[in-house]
Design a protein around this ligand. Structure first.
Ligand code: GLU
Length: 422
């Protein structure tokens, strides 16, 4: 797919997205006009806004909201707070949201936001002021029927509560359905917090069934022990998988007999890190990625599997809990090694699927039991997994390209039916 490109190009998320998009569009025989429409985001908002810091200084922050497509419904996608957020990254993530929502067939388009800031060094007060002012700056462009943000890296339920409140103050009424991933007490959904991890577990179950591999004792290595990684690890351990390795940004853990994830979660709560956990030996996080296992789950960030390490990956299945963890060049290497990849836009779609349920419940004003949320979530992911692997077989492409093709076909069809307004 991609041949001689620099590492810088390889790890640019927008290029990574565009490479898969172009390839899938060619395979789909997508007509030229629709190709042009879908290749670019439809709206990119950049805001620079002042916030007073705790010491009295004023700081100016830069925030983005990119809406890639609203063809199938309101924009949907998280907001990321990180020091190195770029417009290209937010663009790529916005288009991935379009494809993700279409793969699981929920009635949303795709969007993403970001603010350049370092939440680790900011007080709660500073974070609240940044969040409220950013919300006020983009307020004309978000709303339950326009674009519905959610948490992503560096943001959480509290951030969503502030956004909901700021939006509601401007609207002069409480509008819970403007964001998802909220606390339960103010319109959040049961099961939302662990939904991405639950979805990862579900697609792994489906992959094992598809490949006729046993679940009992199936060795798993995860990268990342945040919301996605820790919930996936716990749910998978409870289902009989053996979690043998966990890689984090500050170090890693390995235990060939399996790590007790409940005990590890407690250890992390007490110490703020997974390091020095008694139930496993210390391990190099980079080496863990290339350690033998059945399932490797990159659940932390982009560009983890690249041309530099893809040929050394020894997993049978790679399930992408994070967005964009594999570069397009690495895709080809994994394909040559016949590694079964469950692409991000399917593997981590449990989060946005539960977000859809939250939005529905807020608008209904009627809240579901946790079992109902979980059952419906797992049913959607099982169906979507089946759709993707069947599509891959029918068109002789890998799972990622199949997921893109399926999604692009659905979005293109919606655009055609609506027609182009002129
Ligand atoms: N940020 C998550 C994602 O990348 C969730 C998005 C949402 O729930 O809208 O899928």
């Amino acid at each position: 797919m991609a041949t001689t490109i620099s590492l810088e190009q390889e790890i640019n998320p927008w290029e990574a997205q565009a490479a898969r998009f172009d390839y899938a569009a060619r395979k789909l025989n997508l007509e030229d006009g629709l190709w042009k429409v879908l290749r670019q985001p439809s709206r990119e908002i950049i805001v620079h806004f002042p916030v007073q810091m705790d010491d009295g200084r004023f700081e100016v922050f830069t925030g983005y909201r990119v809406q890639h497509s609203q063809a199938r419904g309101p924009g949907k996608g998280g907001i990321r707070y990180a020091p190195d957020v770029t417009l290209d990254e937010v663009r790529a993530l916005a288009s991935w949201m379009t494809w993700k929502c279409a793969v699981v067939n929920i009635p949303f388009g795709g969007a993403k936001g970001g603010v350049i800031c370092d939440p680790k060094t900011m007080s709660q007060g500073e974070l609240e002021r940044v969040t409220r002012r950013y919300t006020a700056e983009i307020i004309d462009f978000i709303g339950p029927e326009k674009d519905v943000p959610a948490p992503d890296l560096g943001t959480n339920e509290q951030t969503m509560a502030w956004i909901m409140d700021t939006y509601s103050m401007h609207m002069r009424q409480t509008v819970t359905s403007v964001v998802t991933g909220k606390p339960l007490s103010i319109g959040g959904s049961r099961g939302r917090r662990e939904a991405t991890g639950r979805g990862v577990r579900k697609v792994c179950d489906e992959a094992l069934r598809f490949l006729e591999m046993p679940r009992e004792g199936c060795r798993v290595i995860l990268q990342g022990f945040g919301n996605v990684g820790s919930n996936a690890a716990r749910l998978m351990m409870e289902a009989g998988y053996k979690i043998i390795g966990i890689a984090e940004y500050d170090g890693g853990l390995f235990n060939r007999d399996g790590i007790d994830i409940h005990a590890l979660a407690e250890h992390r709560l007490r110490n703020g890190t997974i390091l020095d956990f008694r139930g496993a030996e210390a391990a190099d996080p980079d080496e863990l990625l290339t350690t033998e296992c059945e399932v490797l789950i990159p659940a932390a960030m982009e560009n983890v599997i690249t041309s530099r390490n893809a040929d050394r990956i020894k997993a049978r299945i790679v399930a992408e809990g994070a967005n964009g963890p594999t570069t397009a060049v690495a895709d080809d290497i994994l394909a040559e090694k016949r590694i079964f990849v469950i692409p991000d836009i399917l593997a981590n779609a449990g989060g946005v699927t539960a977000s859809y349920f939250e939005w529905v419940q807020d608008r209904q004003g009627y809240f579901w039991k946790e079992d109902t949320v979980n059952e419906r979530l797992e049913a959607i992911l099982a169906d979507s997994f089946e759709d993707v692997v069947r599509y891959a077989e029918a068109h002789a492409v890998n799972n990622r390209i199949a997921a893109y093709m399926l999604a692009m076909d659905r979005v293109a069809f919606a655009i055609k039916q609506r027609g182009i307004y002129a």
